[in-house]
Design a protein around this ligand. Structure first.
Ligand SMILES: NC(=O)c1ccc[n+]([C@@H]2O[C@H](COP(=O)([O-])OP(=O)(O)OC[C@H]3O[C@@H](n4cnc5c(N)ncnc54)[C@H](OP(=O)(O)O)[C@@H]3O)[C@@H](O)[C@H]2O)c1
Length: 275
């Protein structure tokens, strides 16, 4: 596990990468390499990039059964989320999260620009009083199926073809964002939205930020198509970072981890079991 320490110099450097600065802020030799490797893939602008992020408890929950999702993450987990927002061009959530949490999706815990806000609202059920529609913050893009009756909106509604499964294609959503020069995308939740992007194979990195609390019951942050056998489970290459109050599992979904070599201790246990 790699401890992470963000410094002002490193944050300036990351923001300069995000802004495609002709001359990015130069780093001193003793910079925290772990911190750089956690955030640089999101900050750099050499290719389109999708980061998905889940803030969860030790037992893998993101809310209580009654929907209380406030403060699942500790303060460093929240700072991590806000850094990810500040390094992204756009943040995507499903309409379920708007209904449940009424978020603003702005950057507050760190210094940086807030991303464009994108709500996947296939069937046009976003509450008219949702905070992000009225707070005067960054632009809001609403992704909607092209067969939904048009309603007047103060925000841009992007109409996309409804797919055979009744939903919108995550690939179409990313293409619509790329057409608006929004190529670094943070998919912030909830489970339905993240899982659709993952099932479509469009997520480069998944950050699972684990906070040391046990909720005991309630929804989880990812809900993929069921599998029968653990051998079918995804085993991405993972780097683990200690960010303070929370632990971040940085999963590279483009690289499948090889099966780890068995340690001598483990091998002894296995041999004893079969003896
Ligand atoms: N801790 C965290 O990291 C975190 C972050 C965000 C949210 N959350 C929690 O997650 C929960 C909400 O998650 P959720 O899974 O219920 O809802 P969600 O993912 O926020 O929204 C799901 C809805 O969005 C629409 N949608 C999303 N992607 C779509 C696509 N590709 N095509 C068509 N429609 C699409 C659908 O709307 P229709 O049903 O209208 O078709 C779908 O039912 C809340 O409890 C919230 O607190 C946790």
């Amino acid at each position: 596990m790699r401890p992470v320490k963000m410094t002002e110099e490193l944050w300036q450097h990351l923001l300069s990468l995000r802004e495609r600065a002709a001359r990015p802020v130069v780093l001193s030799a003793d910079i925290d390499a772990a911190c750089l490797s956690l955030y640089q893939p999101v900050a750099q602008r050499d290719r389109p990039f999708v980061l998905a992020q889940v803030g969860q408890s030790l037992d893998g929950r993101v809310a209580t059964p009654t929907g209380d999702a406030q403060d699942v993450s500790g303060c460093d987990g929240i700072a991590h989320l806000h850094r990810s927002r500040a390094l992204a061009d756009a943040v995507v959530i499903g309409v379920g999260t708007v209904v449940a949490d009424d978020p603003s999706l702005s950057v507050r815990a760190v210094r940086g620009k807030s991303p464009v806000r994108v709500v996947v609202d296939c069937n046009g059920r976003m509450p008219e009083q949702a905070k992000l529609l009225h707070d005067g913050g960054m632009p809001v893009l609403i992704m909607q199926a092209d067969d939904v009756p048009r309603r007047k909106s103060a925000h841009e509604v992007v109409r996309l073809p409804r797919q055979a499964d009744g939903g919108l294609s995550p690939r179409d959503i990313l293409a619509a964002l790329a057409a608006r020069d929004l190529a670094t995308v943070l998919v912030e939740g909830g489970a339905n939205t993240i899982s659709r992007f993952m099932d479509a194979g469009l997520v480069d990195r998944l950050h699972i930020s684990v906070s040391p609390i046990i909720i005991g019951s309630g929804p989880s942050g990812i809900r993929l198509a069921p599998i029968d056998r653990l051998s079918e489970a995804r085993r991405p290459e993972v780097q683990i970072y200690n960010i303070g109050t929370d632990i971040v599992f940085d999963c590279n979904l483009r690289v499948e981890a090889g099966r780890k070599a068995i340690s001598p201790e483990c091998e002894n246990v296995l041999m004893a079991d079969t003896a």
